[in-house]
Design a protein around this ligand. Sequence first.
Ligand code: TZP
Ligand code: MG
Length: 212
Amino acid sequence: MNYDLYVITDQRISHGKTHLEVAEAVLAGGATVLQFRDKEMNETEAVEVCRKINKLTRKKGIPFIINDLIEVAKVVGADGVHLGQEDAPLDFARKILGKDKIIGISVETIEQAIIATEGGADYLGVGPIYPTATKVDAGEPLGLARIREIKKTVNLPLVAIGGINENNLEEVLKAGADGVAVISAVVCAPDITRACRKLKNKIEYIKKRLGK
Ligand code: TZP
Ligand code: MG
């Protein structure tokens, strides 16, 4: 798995572009993981959209992760799900999806990171690292130190999230993140593909320099 540039769709802030349009643009820009995230759609609507996105990601060979909706992921045959601390438990998702699917868990603390790791998560999302307006209940920014602490403690791919953009991604990667997850930095951009490509190039350049 390449977690370098993990892009999450958000139809509320993509200037009228649909999830599918955002997905298309992001895949053209070189995202290495795509996540569908929508807190308003019902499952029937989500299945319809995710089926289409899944086709695109398959064609590109890019993993497709669905936020929260385990049953939707199962039905459309997505590559996995991403779950927060308040979502369905990891072992429940594992039972439904099976051992080969990807399950990512959002963590804020070292303790949560250890529990998710021992519970069989495939990767951790750590954030919000910086202030963000995209998730209203995101809580206080954790800062770079939390990335370092969690990376030191557990041995899972770590994807940092929250307020990440081209200006701060270097320090995030230096702190130990394996990749960055972004919403607004990509989906709010007037040219999503271009914004994505720019971030991707920068990430690759920085990781090469860091020997990662
Ligand atoms: N979880 C923690 S912060 C966040 C999520 C979903 C929002 C990230 O959005 P942005 O626009 O990249 O700050
Ligand atoms: Mg969630």
